[in-house]
Design a binder for this molecule. Structure first.
Ligand SMILES: [Zn+2]
Length: 256
């Protein structure tokens, strides 16, 4: 079982070069997935144009490897720090998986779809939603900016970035969590109240000395060896002794 910190650490290198806001959202995604039992790693983050061109060359111009991208340098959101790819990290803490049907946390939900659920909550765009070419591991946040606009130097406004941050800060206080917190607080109060009440009952019920109305009954009970000490009894205890005495239980020899 890896800790959240250990899981985060595995993606650290891939988060370098990303836009700071997008990076925070990625870290948040890893955290939220971990909280529901799904471990993920970021396998691809920022790419330079040169790195993108290298990827583009795979499977083209005589290269025998399979094609991995449709985008050359400057045509992928990875080139502008607003895209990342994820994969599942299996429970051995080493194996990376792209199996979209895997259910490693055994909750009958494919882990991949659990990640996508969190992706949407965070306001990210998922490549699996694309119609022409589904890119299942791909995540991005582009604020409506096209790669052509990015190439021309356009950036999201501070207001847009703030809105993205506000969106996930709001998730921190999402209704479910607030409700759970309130329920927990109420439970704590109830337990404390019950503890106080029992304490009060105990102190008030315990009689400092044998009540006058029970004295004779206690003497009678002692006389027949039923009672060793009459001290420190509760109200109910003295009441019971008195009732038994009235019933004639402690009469010596049992004869009237
Ligand atoms: Zn991608």
């Amino acid at each position: 079982m890896l800790t959240m910190e250990q899981i985060q650490k595995k993606s650290l290198n891939r988060l370098v070069g990303l836009n700071p806001v997008f990076k925070i959202v990625m870290e948040k995604l890893i955290e939220r997935c971990y909280a529901r039992g799904v471990w993920i790693v970021i396998t691809q983050g920022f790419r330079t144009y040169a790195e993108q061109d290298e990827l583009y060359a795979q499977g083209r111009n005589g290269d025998k490897r399979p094609k991995v991208t449709k985008a050359r340098g400057g045509y992928s959101n990875h080139n502008f720090g607003f895209a990342a790819d994820f994969a599942l990290l299996l429970r051995d803490g080493r194996t990376v998986s792209w199996d979209t049907l895997k259910d490693d946390d055994k909750d009958s939900l494919p882990d991949w779809s659990e990640v996508v659920e969190e992706v949407k909550k965070l306001g990210l765009e998922w490549g699996g939603d694309w119609r022409s070419f589904k890119d299942m591991p791909h995540l991005q946040m582009v604020f409506g900016i096209t790669t052509a606009q990015f190439r021309a130097g356009k950036h999201p406004t501070q207001a847009q970035l703030n809105a993205a941050l506000a969106k996930f800060n709001k998730l921190e206080d999402e209704p479910m969590t607030a409700e759970e917190k309130a329920a927990f607080k109420a439970l704590q109060n109830t337990v404390q109240k019950q503890a106080d009440r029992i304490k009060t009952l105990e102190t008030t019920a315990k009689q400092p000395k044998v009540p006058a109305w029970a004295e004779q009954a206690c003497i009678n009970a002692k006389a027949v060896g039923v009672l060793d000490t009459a001290n420190d009894g509760s109200y109910d205890f003295y009441r019971m002794v008195t009732l038994l005495d009235r019933a004639g239980v402690f009469k010596r020899g049992g004869v009237a």
